[in-house]
Write a protein of this length. Sequence first.
Length: 365
Amino acid sequence: MSELAAYLRGLTAQLDPGAGWYGAFLSRDPDGMRACLDGTAVVPWDVLESLLQDLAVVRGADAAAERTRWAAPLRRAAVAGYDRRPGGAEELHAQLAAASAERAAAETAVRALTARLAASAPPWPGASYDTGTDPALLTHELSWTRDDLARATSRCTDLATRLTTLARTPATPGEPAAPAGGPAAAGTAAPPEGPRGTAELVAELGALRAQGRSGEAHAVLCEAAGWPAPRLPALARELERGGLAADWATLLWEAGSLPLERVTAAAAALAAAGRARDQRLLLRQAAARTGDEIADAALGLATVGREAEAEALLAAFVRDRTPVEAARLARRAPDWFTPRLLAAAHAVSDVRHRELRHALRMVKA
């Protein structure tokens, strides 16, 4: 921990405490930032990444690259020792519960703000905004709330991975723990292999639930969320058959935080297995990502021949986001996006189709 804290102090000494992400962290959670700098708490990986982004702005990409090279190894080493302290598992359970609650609250807030922003948009040129609603302020608040959601999701994955590592690593002094908390840590745990993998996981999960070991159960679900997409429908059936339907809902939530290409693959597999409701839930989570992420993922999917998945992702975005946000996607590749977005809007309703056509004209103007 001392080496990680020293690294963090050296990094932040080069940053402006009143600007950038560092300034935001000091303003929003000064006690948490101080604990990380003092070495009494493990700095979240998302915070470390953001501070390195600040460094790139202040010192240049080369200086940031040199610092970045040491970030993940130092954090892994710190985590390996910190989590094995007496009471380490209990602390991880508590942190995971808190992060899960923060993520749920952020998801609820994102949905509410998205709905308010959609309601605030003028239905036709020259119409006034809803009384008392400032779209610019709502957009700003929504941006911060989406950042909160992304960070809470990242921390849930990190904490669950650390719990899994702790449970499976012998507590031998000096024995290195498996990697946890670096950029490649999320989703690295391998799923059980072979035809009995699903049954074994469900049995393990049921045993953990029976013993009240909820943190470890959550870690198992995070592992399973990263399984190959074709295995998920069978896992859903086994969980439901075993009386663990609530755990399937949690697993879906975790799967929704994976890279978008994997989310759409999972959604397609579930739809093919007749689980349309699960597909919609996954795609609704995906639609909460930034417009740039959605555009990149849709184009990437189409490039490798996964056109149906790209269109399903765009359809979810059109359903759950404002017409203006959907129209902005088209600026990336108008000839490709525009007809697909309009088709998705028409499938929602004639009203949404008209709103999107108007938004496309306004964005183009």
